[in-house]
Design a protein around this ligand. Structure first.
Ligand SMILES: Nc1nc2c(ncn2[C@@H]2O[C@H](COP(=O)(O)OP(=O)(O)OP(=O)(O)O)[C@@H](O)[C@H]2O)c(=O)[nH]1
Ligand SMILES: [Mg+2]
Length: 211
């Protein structure tokens, strides 16, 4: 692995294989919103994208419903392939590589998962991965509540992010956003971008950072 030429995502290799993104973040922080944004970004540049989500029938990617039962890939109208985590992650990843062989593979675990565990499981499959990154998403309006009620888990959940999206910044006081940025910087010194998945503020900078 070498330092990446993109400013934010650090685990890169020159080998072939798929680029993997894991969207980490507590319940309702905006993971699915970014899943769709990142998927669209890669589809627009002609890449084959597979996504893996925890919930079933609930993702609403372009209004499509998932018809899958067990581990079955579902082709959505926009050409992206969607799978669900009903089999073990380990088997699902191997199956996706073999059956779909995507350029980009995006995983949204439940908001109660540690994304680093998902990453380690994917790495442990031995699947040919070019680059695997955790995109940690924090929710500005609910930051204080999460910190108050779920501190240990919440902080662990973002601790191994390769980039943190400080999300839902729309309509939030600048001081609050600044306070969160400096709190995160003191704790982790990870790259962080202020964004809104809703108004798309800051999202271009994020997309430019992707491989
Ligand atoms: N104001 C605002 N709301 C947002 C933003 N991004 C997402 N939301 C809203 O927040 C809610 C949760 O967004 P999701 O993208 O579904 O979040 P999630 O992390 O996938 O949620 P779970 O999968 O249930 O954990 C939805 O009602 C979104 O419309 C944002 O940037 N700003
Ligand atoms: Mg979601």
């Amino acid at each position: 692995m070498r330092a990446c030429d993109k400013p934010y995502l650090i685990r890169c290799s020159d080998d072939g294989g798929m680029i993997v993104y894991i969207l980490g973040g507590f319940l309702g922080s905006g993971k699915t919103t970014f899943l769709k944004t990142v998927t669209r970004h890669y589809l627009d540049s002609g890449k084959k994208v597979a996504i893996l989500v925890n919930e079933m029938g609930d993702i609403g990617v372009d209004g499509s419903t998932l018809r899958s039962e067990g581990f079955k890939a579902v082709e959505l109208p926009d050409g992206c392939i969607c799978c669900t985590l009903t089999q073990s992650l380990f088997e699902a990843v191997a199956g996706i590589k073999e059956e779909i062989d995507p350029d980009v593979f995006i995983v949204e675990p439940t908001g109660l998962a540690l994304p680093q565990k998902v990453r380690d499981t994917i790495v442990s499959t031995g699947t040919d991965v070019k680059d695997i990154s955790i995109i940690g998403i924090v929710d500005v309006p609910r930051f204080d509540i999460f910190l108050e009620r779920k501190k240990e888990f919440f902080l662990e959940q973002i601790s191994e992010s390769d980039i943190i999206l400080v999300n839902k910044a729309d309509g939030q006081p600048a001081e609050k956003v600044e306070g969160i940025l400096s709190f995160l910087k003191d704790l982790y010194d990870l790259p962080a971008l202020v964004v809104s998945g809703k108004t798309l503020e800051g999202v271009d900078r994020f997309l430019e950072a992707l491989r």
